[in-house]
Design a protein around this ligand. Structure first.
Ligand SMILES: [Zn+2]
Ligand SMILES: [Zn+2]
Length: 227
């Protein structure tokens, strides 16, 4: 039981790190590691991008400023970016663009002023020794020592990225962004096929009756794949 009297099911990933690694991480980055589940260079990219963008915009975490995050990838760093900026998919102030680029944009809703942080192509060079070590980490015949060495190298790469000079890490630019209107609340309607409530804006029609998207796309019943 934790202090709130709730059973904690989570294992904090940051606490499983070797002490010398754990102690070198800023507290909010350790929280990002906990949320993401491991320490990795990708997480570091999103963490740094979020901090750089917030600093440039002059906003702080938890301030009243209404922010919108736009990410151009769906890799590890997106978790840190959401945690640090408070722009989350659930809150509706988060936009995902599937460009496969390590770029992150943070926008102030009031005036559309934004900052785009794009990782430089040479900020995270290929490390052949690391590539070999990582492959070894997945190799069932690798020894415990080899596995630990691979992990150590992975962590070290993340920490190096954390400490890299900002100019060498990313190109930062001011952008002006036209934002879509704020997420609205929609009424929900019961699907005529599966009986589950569906947000009105996502309804489809089938045989003149309202239904959810999975029910509209197949003659089975949504998730009952074997049904
Ligand atoms: Zn990761
Ligand atoms: Zn349905």
């Amino acid at each position: 039981m934790d202090q709130a009297g709730m059973t904690t099911l989570a294992i904090r990933a940051s606490e499983t790190l070797p002490p010398h690694v754990r102690e070198s991480l800023p507290q909010d980055f350790a929280e990002a590691v906990d949320f993401h589940g491991h320490l990795c260079p990708g997480l570091t990219i999103g963490y740094r991008a979020a901090n750089i963008a917030m600093e440039r915009l002059g906003v702080r975490r938890g301030s009243d400023e209404e922010l919108v995050g736009i990410v151009e990838n769906d890799a590890c760093g997106v978790d840190a970016f959401q945690l640090v900026t408070g722009c989350t998919i659930g809150k509706g102030n988060f936009i995902f663009r599937d460009y496969g680029k390590q770029s992150f944009v943070l926008v102030r809703r009031t005036d559309g002023r934004g900052v785009r942080v794009a990782m430089r192509h040479d900020a995270f060079p290929v490390d052949r020794e690391f590539a070999t070590a990582t492959t070894r980490d997945f190799d069932p015949s690798a020894t415990e020592a080899e596995r630990n060495a691979a992990r150590e190298r992975h962590h070290q790469r993340a920490i190096n990225l954390l400490r890299l000079d900002e100019e060498r890490f990313a190109a930062v630019s001011e952008v002006k962004v036209e934002l879509p209107s704020k997420a609205r609340l929609f009424a929900s309607v019961v699907c005529s096929q599966c009986g589950e409530p569906v947000m009105e804006a996502r309804l489809r029609m089938r045989d003149g009756e309202p239904c959810c998207i999975p029910c509209s796309e197949q003659y089975g019943r949504g998730w009952e794949i074997n049904g």
